[in-house]
Design a protein around this ligand. Sequence first.
Ligand code: ATP
Ligand code: MG
Length: 206
Amino acid sequence: MQTEQTERQNAKHKKAMQKQKAKVDARIQQAQTERGLVLLLTGNGKGKTSSGFGMVMRALGYGQRVGVVQFIKGAQLSGEEIYLRDHCPQVAFHQMDTGFTWDTQDRTADMAAAQKTWGQAAQLLAADSPLDLLLLDELTYMLAYKYLDEAAVLEAIAARPAEQTVVITGRGGGSALQELADTVSEVKEVKHAFKAGLAARRGVDF
Ligand code: ATP
Ligand code: MG
């Protein structure tokens, strides 16, 4: 049997939920525009690339056409790369064919690699691109190092097909990119296991 206090709490909760529902419903009513989005996942915490690949999976679930371009390729293979290459041959997948910049320390070679990779991304952003979703993983670093021309990159993203969504990951990104993006999320580091001496793990970190 419910006590009087529980009944009061339940009634209060129900009223609060009704109020909340009315607010959410009103906002849903207002959100009428339908088009592809630009999302920027930035910040110094862990979770940007994994979130981007989460959206890749979502889109694939609906049979949508997806592309992935990774702008920093480490020596480390990733689980998402293995999975997409083995099980999703329909996904357009490109990677920059050089190691991390602090490995190569060769600015000219890195710039050339960045330009080449951008060429592949640009094709996937072009007016005739069939893609519903394009992940540009770690693109922000190419802008920060000035390996790519920011104005040209922003222009290509802005001119993409109207229904195409673009997800950009990486720390920073600059104010112009933030301005262009419809959704910007900052993943903030509160703690990272690596800093406590825990090694990066398969299936978790790569
Ligand atoms: P993830 O790929 O796990 O979603 P991310 O894309 O947010 O991470 P990146 O800066 O691209 O982060 O770094 C990728 C790798 O570095 C991952 O192995 C991740 O666990 C690790 N990493 C991310 N953030 C931090 C951090 N703040 N300190 C130490 N290592 C980090
Ligand atoms: Mg990342």
